[in-house]
Design a protein around this ligand. Structure first.
Ligand code: 13P
Length: 255
């Protein structure tokens, strides 16, 4: 059964080729790889493609070719049969000073090359404290998606920056409200109904059951836990919740 919820693993800059062999053996045995999108460190992508995973790239450049040492373009990614690209991750925004305008160029070039975009947005701790979460989300959606006309290939990842790698998460109600808000904004400005919104930030085997049942949540983006064995339990929990939801919506309601 294919899941309607997305399970995305962002390996970031972790693991060596030896670790990956072990990892592949374990997760291929335990979970249906069809349901999982793996975003490895770029040089390891071919290992995963060989094993019929859906594969995403963690970053792309905003030009298709040229003298940009060290960069990878959306066109090059697509030519390797990569189907997804994470764009605008907060670690790129913070450490590599990516601006909303650059992210917008990346989004548009990915779409042109038929790469599905996982666009990351989210507030800092300070912005949350000052009750600016909605303002930040709205501004990022407006600036990062400016000029975009087709939305079938866009997934929004709500990743509060302060929740990444901190073992802290917003309350389930807060996540639900942010997801609803993102969907509302997408409807208001872009006339898109029900854009997929996934949550990322300290997702673990301890909290995934609760996160998976948040209304309107379309999946999870897992960082640190995605390189550990607990990723298997995370994926299994999401798949189970999804299956239960699908079954309950198939049962005809009696009056
Ligand atoms: P953690 O799951 O380690 O908090 O990272 C989340 C993330 O940044 C995924 O893109």
């Amino acid at each position: 059964m294919t899941s309607s919820k997305l399970i995305v693993a962002n390996h970031k800059m972790n693991m060596t080729s030896m670790d990956i062999n072990q990892y592949l053996k374990k997760i291929k045995k335990e979970i249906n790889v069809e349901n999982v999108i793996i975003c490895p460190t770029s040089i390891y992508i071919p290992y995963f493609l060989k094993h019929i995973f859906k594969v995403g790239i963690q970053n792309v450049f905003y030009e298709n070719k040229g003298a940009y040492t060290g960069e990878i373009s959306p066109r090059q990614a697509k030519s390797m049969e990569i189907d997804y690209a994470i764009v605008g991750h907060s670690e790129r925004r913070n450490y590599f000073l990516e601006t909303n305008q650059e992210i917008n160029k990346k989004v548009r070039l990915c779409l042109k090359n038929n790469l599905e975009v996982i666009l990351c947005i989210g507030e800092t701790k300070e912005e949350k404290r000052n009750r600016k979460t909605e303002q930040v989300l709205e501004q990022e959606l407006l600036e990062n998606l400016e000029g975009v006309k087709e939305f079938e290939n866009i997934i929004i990842a709500y990743e509060p920056i302060w929740a990444i790698g901190s073992k802290k998460t917003p309350t389930m109600k807060e996540i639900e409200l942010s997801i609803r808000f993102i969907k509302q904004i997408m409807k208001k400005y872009y006339h898109v109904d029900n854009i997929p919104v996934i949550y990322g930030g300290s997702v673990s085997e301890e909290n995934v059951q609760e996160i998976a049942t948040i209304p309107k949540l379309d999946g999870v983006l897992v960082g640190g836990a995605s390189i550990k064995e607990e990723f298997i339990n995370i994926a299994k929990t999401i798949l189970k919740v999804d299956k239960n939801e699908q079954n309950s919506t198939n049962i005809p309601k009696t009056r």
